[in-house]
Design a protein around this ligand. Structure first.
Ligand code: VNL
Length: 388
């Protein structure tokens, strides 16, 4: 079995090196189009389509073809689809990856085939260390959690309970928030975790009510925030004096407008708001809504849009050469303006460097938005920065 696997891997490497001669460059886009994280797949697919509608499908004289596959939010399926895309379709890029386990399961495929894996959604810090062929256009949880902790302590919050989804990004959010908050002088009363799949928040929310902290810090993945807020309100916690603070995954633009007045005033930290004030973002949001019956783009959409930009620009730099090693060299250090603000790919870690904004949920023209009021510029992933 192992030997067979190795032979397949050798075949993969050969197959992908021949791709440079072809006139079509294929991108294998693997996303959760169904299952628990389907909203992330929908957002990224729409963003990829918008990017191509705006920028065409010819780059460096080659036609760009996107092949979309639904991994159903199951990591083993992601890996199988990625392997098929590399072996059968001879894709030059793998892209997408809605959740950390999916990005991780594909890392060996990228390494062995020498095909760049562009992570457009998942946010666990260690993902970029799983393969030298991974680059990320999304975010890491530490990027938003550390500034959130700093803001909280500076603004009179002294005792916090944390509540996170019990897997990679949640554990990163919990640790990076707690370490920073304690270093600044704050107290972490309790670290609570809930299962990532089909979470029920009632038992942990009871513990929060009993602990009576100044604030509750929360991370749940995109698509889960509304359910959390509903249970937070049902337990009366919105009126208990416990402030809600969060990563922007919770006050996700995809769901925010339906969360109701209970979230007005919630302070959170993140990389993107549909309300971000720039000319580029205004046209991005407008174009996105127009093409998707009014759907508001969220931070996942921006990760997808920028991932496409990264792919197009890398191909321009290599003059259409799809050699994976050359593409990775082209990707390292790339910098551009995103709808979220200025971003770049750290040449050492292949991870994204971006502004993190402190935001407050407010009503703007009758709709709920994360309104940015403070900016921490050019934030590198704090977890990797601490290792150096
Ligand atoms: C992840 C991180 C997924 C943050 C998310 O939503 C998110 C992940 C689907 O790394 O799995 O908001």
């Amino acid at each position: 079995m192992l030997k067979r696997g190795m032979a397949a891997v050798a075949a993969l490497a050969l197959a992908s090196s021949g791709a440079a001669a072809q006139e079509t460059v294929k991108i294998g886009l693997v996303l959760p189009m169904t299952g628990q994280q389907a909203s992330t797949g929908k957002q990224i697919e729409a963003a990829v389509k918008l990017y191509q509608a705006q920028h065409g499908n010819m780059v460096a004289g080659k036609k760009i073809e996107v092949i979309l596959k639904d991994d159903t939010t199951v990591p083993d399926v992601t890996k199988r689809l990625a392997t098929e895309l590399v072996t059968n379709d001879k894709v030059a890029f793998l892209a997408g990856f809605g959740i950390t386990p999916s990005a991780m399961s594909t890392a060996p495929v990228a390494t062995q085939a020498k095909v760049p894996e562009i992570v457009m959604a998942a946010g666990t810090s260690s993902i970029t260390e799983a393969s030298p062929f991974i680059a990320r256009t999304s975010f890491t949880l530490a990027q938003s959690s550390v500034p959130m902790a700093e803001w909280a302590f500076k603004n009179g919050i002294k005792k916090v309970v944390t509540l996170v989804s019990d897997y990679g990004p949640g554990i990163d959010a919990e640790k990076s928030f707690s370490d920073k908050f304690k270093a600044d002088g704050g107290t972490i009363v309790e670290n609570l975790r809930i299962p990532m799949r089909s979470p029920d928040f009632s038992p942990v929310l009871q513990k929060v009510a009993d602990a009576k902290p100044d604030a509750l810090f929360v991370f749940v993945p995109s698509g889960t925030g509304a359910q959390f807020v509903k249970q937070f309100v049902e337990r009366g916690l919105d009126k208990s004096g416990v402030k809600l603070i969060a990563t922007g995954d919770v006050t996700d633009d995809d769901q925010l407008n339906g969360m109701g007045d209970a979230v007005v005033g919630v302070i959170n930290a993140h990389n993107y708001s549909a309300n971000h004030n720039s000319a580029l973002n205004k046209s991005f949001v407008e174009g996105f809504k127009k093409a998707n019956s009014g759907m508001r783009p969220n931070f996942m959409a921006v990760g997808g849009y920028d991932g496409m930009h990264l792919i197009y620009e890398a191909l321009k730099k290599t003059n259409g050469d799809t050699d994976g090693t050359k593409l990775m060299t082209a990707i390292k250090g790339m910098a551009w303006e995103s709808p979220r603000g200025p971003i770049s790919i750290d040449p050492d870690t292949r991870d994204i460097v971006q502004n993190i904004y402190i935001r407050k949920v407010q009503k703007v023209d009758g709709e709920l938005y994360n309104v940015e009021f403070d900016t921490i510029a050019n934030v590198k992933d704090p977890v990797k920065a601490a290792k150096k």
